[in-house]
Design a protein around this ligand. Structure first.
Ligand code: AHR
Length: 517
């Protein structure tokens, strides 16, 4: 009889796609745990395709409501995300960009060819003032990526003086004042080149380390603008040698952070479509995304060897999914749709960053608008928020909160003879004492029952939101912009010190737990 009952339970479990196992999650309340820097939730805007032109900037004469040419609908949407920083102007474009082309009267600015991205005309109508003023509108910190590949240390030093020094101290700040901005901006983050191993100059790490030392010497605030953060162009994914050579050869007084780029790409020659993908492609993209865990562990282990005091931070300043461009669009514009798969990708990646908050102090998804894993897509005056946008909005609860380390044995998401951990979790406690959990189940078919041990946290109430879709490639379109949106989730309960819930397949849940007192 008992065997019959067990078999029946097993049948039900399989038939409904529900895992038989309850996943028990311990949540530590470690006073020493790091703060999750809000800068992990950073964004990236390159002069690429319709990211800047058409995306952020439509020009002062546009019928689309704007402030000095910057779209107000995009500003409002990004302010909801409380974006902490915005990286600009590239990417590969940055190492072809001469900032002096983008200042002064717009009609006098030279046009150039954007050689990396479609060979289209770049008229420099969006330049330094436009970007830094836009950051003020967005209430976000600028991160300027300097031209090392085809630029000079002089050009970089001039850019720093132009943007951050008080007028009256040297010719550059005076030129800024002449161009209409008396007060300096606050620019802390400076990238010393981008992908120096590739589009930024095809350098060997030994050579770039020397070039970096030279440029970083002149990347200084000269006592005028507070501390600058100098960011070395970092490794591509598994290029551990790059990190090793840089950490070995760059003196620690010249570097504050080293970057890392990792895109979740199935195959650079066969990326697959952004929608209408196969189950194999779904699984493969998530496998590539989850590699971030190992990448961070291994790059950080190398950093620790040369920097045991952990003075140098890791900035993952490009990450995200990269698929074939949408049919009929310019191949150089990298315009792709964004689905539940991308929400899963963003959810697990941000959880990994949170859980490595001791060393990962910044990250920038590529890219904010109309390019790669964008949070916003636009079409002329229309705008839509992607599933990835909603993940970033739901995760704002983790900004600058203290990490609560979690530990658990994840059930496996099995596909075609391979498997991945199905469940990803991070947790934090904010300054008001509220506790937040972000939980992701990437399994395409099976639900999982979770039991989080929250006894030590004294939580009595819980509420939350869930983001999922009716298909793995469910997405929003300009015709149907709210097909994938978060809804309230009231399926979590607290009982006997445990927070219990069932997370459906391909779903992401964010919970807020509070104490009764
Ligand atoms: O984000 C698109 C491109 O990807 C960037 O310009 C470059 O840095 C990377 O290879």
């Amino acid at each position: 009889m008992l065997i019959k009952l067990l078999l029946w339970c097993l049948f039900l479990t399989v038939a409904t796609g529900m895992s038989a196992q309850v996943v028990t999650v311990s949540v530590a309340t470690d006073e020493e745990a790091p703060t999750i820097s809000r800068h992990i939730y950073g964004h990236f805007a390159e002069h690429l395709g319709r990211c800047i032109y058409g995306g952020f900037y439509v020009g002062e004469d546009s019928d689309i409501p704007n402030d000095d040419g910057v779209r107000l609908d995009v500003v409002a949407a990004l302010r909801e995300l409380q974006i902490p920083n915005l990286r600009w102007p590239g990417g590969c474009f940055a190492d072809t960009y001469h900032w002096k082309d983008g200042i002064g009267p717009k009609e006098d600015r030279p046009s150039i060819l954007n050689v990396w991205w479609g060979n289209v005309k770049e008229d420099n109508s969006f330049g330094t003032h436009d970007f830094l003023n836009m950051c003020e509108l967005l209430d976000t910190e600028p991160y300027l990526s300097a031209n090392v590949g085809s630029g000079t240390p002089q050009e970089l030093a001039d850019w720093i003086k132009y943007t951050t020094h008080p007028a009256g101290t040297s010719p550059m700040p005076d030129l800024r004042a002449e161009n209409g901005r008396a007060e300096p901006w606050d620019v802390k983050f400076w990238g010393i080149g981008n992908e120096a191993w590739g589009c930024g100059g095809n350098m060997r790490p030994e050579y770039y380390a020397d070039v970096y030392r030279r440029f970083a010497t002149f990347t200084t605030d000269w006592g005028n603008s507070g501390e600058l953060v100098r960011i070395a162009s970092g490794a591509s994914s598994v290029d551990y040698n790059w990190t090793e050579v840089l950490m070995k050869n760059i003196p620690k007084n010249l570097i504050e952070a080293i970057a890392l780029h990792h895109y979740s790409v199935l195959d650079w020659n066969a990326k697959g479509p952004a929608t209408g993908f196969t189950d194999d492609q779904y699984f493969g993209t998530l496998r590539e995304a989850l590699k971030m865990e190992e990448l961070i562990q291994k790059h950080v282990a190398i950093m620790d060897q040369y920097d045991p005091e952990q003075r140098v931070d890791l900035f993952v300043d490009e990450w995200g999914g990269w698929y074939d461009v949408e049919p009929g669009t310019n191949g150089g514009f990298l315009y792709q749709q964004n689905t539940i798969r991308d929400a899963m990708l963003a959810g697990v990646t941000l959880n990994i960053f949170n859980n490595h908050a001791d060393r990962v102090k910044m990250a920038n998804i590529a890219q904010a608008v109309n390019v790669l894993q964008a949070v916003i897509l636009t079409d002329e005056e229309k705008l839509l928020l992607t599933p990835t946008y909603h993940v970033f909005r739901m995760y704002t609860l983790h900004h600058d909160a203290q990490l609560l380390p979690v530990s658990f044995e994840s059930p496996r998401y099995v596909h075609g003879g391979e498997s991945l951990p199905a469940i990803s979790i991070s947790a934090s406690r904010d300054s008001a004492g509220a506790v937040h959990f972000s939980l992701v189940n990437i399994d395409s078919e099976r639900s999982h029952e979770l039991a989080l041990d929250v006894a030590a946290l004294g939580l009595t109430t819980v509420n939350g939101e869930i983001l999922t879709g009716d298909a793995l490639d469910a997405h929003n379109t300009f015709g149907e912009p709210a097909r994938v949106v978060p809804i309230d989730f009231d399926g979590a309960v607290i009982q006997d010190g445990q927070l219990r819930l069932t997370i459906p397949p391909h779903a992401l849940i964010v919970l807020e737990g509070s104490r009764g007192d």
